[in-house]
Ligand binder design. Structure first.
Ligand SMILES: [Mn+2]
Length: 362
């Protein structure tokens, strides 16, 4: 064989490769279009009967030199790749980074969650009395904190534990926050309460135990208030993202995700803080992510290193349960910081540079 002929054949091969590539991608585009139509109708993407028909057709048309087995094998791979493509496309959720490149910034008045500066959400586990809220709010506000939390509806493990003050609690929380120039965050547990709650609170929290309460998620999607969505204690990252999608799909894109620890076999901490969830959530989604350092650890002694870790991996904020008198708190007494401890941790976060003094609202 002459050298020229050899070169010529090689060039032809290169061309055929490119043709093959074009044809494969042309096929992929058709598959994508079919996938979109199917998803609209809720049909299963993998259709084994249709795949068998397609394989039989190409094998019947095969004239060689490839054997029928080889042709079947090659096409099977192509079909497989198309299915993966459809799965990928399915993941283009509204909350996905693929859909929106830039970070979502949740704005509450002039406060921003997901911007340059991390936010701190502090306050007691439960709203108990006007006095308790007043003392706690004054203490945390003095540290430059502008997000006041407090539970009025408490989904407790035991039905005999304190269940919260309900609407009365929301009113106390809201009035306390206003007096101190703060915004407030509180959990809502029933879909029918979401609209009512908007009257009192600035950020509606959906708690870990309700992360897959789909009716509640839908109700949260109908209002135009920011939603703080906590990861369920046994929920995967993907499940958290789909829960957020429930809210976004109803038109409410003001969502803050919250990693709050997951259940593992480890007993040294209340839950196991899944620190890797933070950068993964930030990669997969454009939504801001905060870390609840109180419920994840249930321990005050490791709160500072955990808080630093959360901010170091890119969290947009922290939730720190704080109570003016933790020893007499009606819920989560063990893990809540007192005002002195809270001031100390804030001081440590500032001196280590994780929180900028000048960024705090005086
Ligand atoms: Mn709590």
């Amino acid at each position: 064989m002459s050298k020229e002929r050899f070169e010529d054949l090689r060039n032809q091969l290169d061309e055929v490769n490119l043709e093959l590539l074009n044809v494969l991608n042309k096929r992929a585009k058709l598959v994508e279009e079919i996938g979109t139509l199917k998803s609209g109708k809720g049909t299963e993407r993998f259709d084994p009967i249709r795949e068998k028909e397609m394989l039989d057709k190409v094998v019947a048309a095969n004239e060689g030199p490839f054997s029928n087995e080889t042709v079947a094998h090659l096409f099977k791979q192509v079909f497989q790749a198309s299915l993966v493509l459809q799965e990928e496309e399915k993941k283009h959720l509204l909350i996905s980074r693929k859909t929106q490149k830039q970070d979502t910034i949740v704005e509450i008045g002039n406060l921003r969650v997901g911007g340059e500066q991390p936010i701190i959400i502090a306050g007691p586990c439960s709203v108990e009395t006007v006095d308790q809220m007043e003392k706690t709010a004054a203490g945390i506000r003095a540290e430059g904190v502008t997000f006041l939390r407090g539970g009025a509806y408490k989904p407790r493990t035991s039905p005999y534990d304190f269940q919260g003050l309900g609407v009365e609690g929301l009113k106390i929380l809201s009035e306390t926050a206003k007096r101190h120039g703060m915004v407030c965050v509180s959990e809502i547990v029933a879909p029918e309460d979401v609209e009512m709650a908007c009257e009192y609170i600035d950020v509606i929290q959906i708690g870990a135990r309700n992360m897959q309460n789909f009716e509640l998620l839908k109700a949260a999607g109908e209002v135009r208030k920011p939603i703080l969505l906590k990861r369920g204690l046994s929920a995967t990252i993907e499940e958290l993202l789909y829960a957020a999608e429930y809210i976004a799909s109803r038109g409410n894109s003001q969502i803050i995700l919250c990693e709050r620890g997951i259940r593992t076999y480890e007993k040294a901490t209340r839950n196991t803080l899944d620190i890797s969830a933070v950068p993964i959530l930030k990669q997969e989604s454009h939504l801001p992510v905060v870390v609840d350092v109180s419920h994840s650890t249930g321990r005050k002694d490791i709160m500072f290193p955990i808080a630093k870790a959360a901010l170091a991996v890119g969290a947009d904020g922290l939730i720190i349960e704080t109570h003016c008198e933790p020893s007499v708190a009606l819920s989560d007494a063990k893990q809540q910081l007192d005002l002195h401890q809270f001031a100390k941790i804030m001081g440590e976060l500032k001196s280590s540079g994780y929180i900028k003094e000048e960024a705090l609202v005086k």
